[in-house]
Design a protein. Structure first.
Length: 200
């Protein structure tokens, strides 16, 4: 495993070591208060060796593990962020698809309603046309029946009138005309009267 010790820690340790070494090796006089902070060479060397050993052990065993843990944690966080972004994108996609399906369903519903209205109007028109045709047929048949009844009544009435006219004419005129001549004369008169009524 590579040594991933931060450069800042190394620089700080080197600067501390250089400062302590320079202070202990210099022969200049120091104030009394400064001698408390700077160790004597007899104390400094074992402390330096202990520091270097601890620093080496930390650099060899602890720091790689800590750095690996931090890297793993960072990778996990990044993975979670990527997963959240993918989820958000999927949600947006599904939302768009849902809106598209809703719009399509509304369009189809509108088309179905329009088609139903069109079919209902067509059926209504057909029913009205059929009813009007049937009504016209019934009216025409009624007219024909009435006309037939009228003609029948006219024929019956004409026969009765002819018989009555023949009888009356025979009484008025006497026996100068035969019965057939009287009937023909009455029928001719009634025919002329019927034509006059038809023209009116």
């Amino acid at each position: 495993m590579d040594n991933k010790t931060p450069k800042g820690v190394r620089k700080l340790a080197a600067l501390g070591f250089a400062a302590i070494s320079a202070a202990s090796l210099s022969g200049c006089s120091m104030p009394e208060s400064a001698s408390i902070l700077i160790p004597k060479p007899a104390e400094f060397i074992p402390a330096l060796i202990a520091f270097l050993v601890i620093w080496f052990l930390l650099a060899k065993y602890a720091w790689p593990t800590i750095i690996k843990t931090l890297d793993d944690r960072q990778a996990k966080i990044q993975e979670d962020l990527d997963a959240a972004e993918r989820t958000r994108a999927e949600v947006e996609k599904e939302k768009h698809e849902y809106a598209t399906r809703v719009d399509q369903a509304q369009r189809e519903a509108g088309e179905i309603v329009a088609e139903a209205k069109k079919d209902a109007e067509s059926v209504r028109s057909e029913v009205l046309a059929k009813a009007q045709k049937e009504a016209s047929g019934i009216i025409a048949k009624s007219h024909e029946a009435l006309e037939g009844e009228r003609r029948k009544a006219m024929i019956e009435l004409s026969g009765s009138v002819v018989d009555l006219s023949v009888e009356i004419a025979g009484k008025i005129i006497g026996n100068d005309l035969s019965e057939d001549q009287q009937r023909a004369l009455a029928e001719k008169y009634l025919a002329e009267v019927g034509k006059t009524n038809d023209n009116e």
